[in-house]
Design a protein around this ligand. Structure first.
Ligand SMILES: [Zn+2]
Length: 138
């Protein structure tokens, strides 16, 4: 079996825990054509296990930008810091959502993750604006 394979029952638990939203940028799987990825927070390439406590739901853009990265540069200081870890960190401590639905990093880790994952890419902001208009975000 492919060591990256995540059993469907485990994928379902991860999606349910995430309420079917990207655990990084917050957009919903609903009305998205591409199926969100079940991401290894601690990457497989570093022996991160395929276990519930090491998995997170990530939209395709966040998942591909994150890849096997666990650290990035804080744009405010240039320091290399750990990126946001959805299993150990609290989203609201690291991020805030502005009136314009752009995500602002509140900590070095938050700022680094916003940049690394390009969480304010045009389409993601547009999706959050539309979800907010429909009362579905945050
Ligand atoms: Zn995302």
């Amino acid at each position: 079996m492919n060591r990256d394979y995540v059993p469907l029952s485990l994928q379902r638990r991860v999606r349910d825990r995430a309420r079917n939203r990207c655990e990084y940028c917050g957009i919903s799987q609903a009305f998205q054509e591409a199926t969100f990825h079940v991401d290894h927070v601690h990457p497989r390439s570093e022996e991160g296990p395929t276990e519930y406590e090491n998995l997170a739901l990530a939209c395709v853009s966040c998942s591909l930008r994150k890849g096997a990265r666990t650290h990035a540069l804080d744009p405010a200081t240039g320091a290399r810091v750990a990126t946001y870890n959805p299993r150990h960190d609290r989203w609201n401590e690291h991020f805030a959502v502005g009136e314009d639905m752009r995500i602002v990093g509140r900590t070095p880790s938050g700022r680094a993750t916003v940049e690394l994952l390009s969480m304010n890419r045009t389409l993601a902001v547009a999706i959050r604006v539309e979800e907010a208009r429909c009362g579905r975000f945050p």
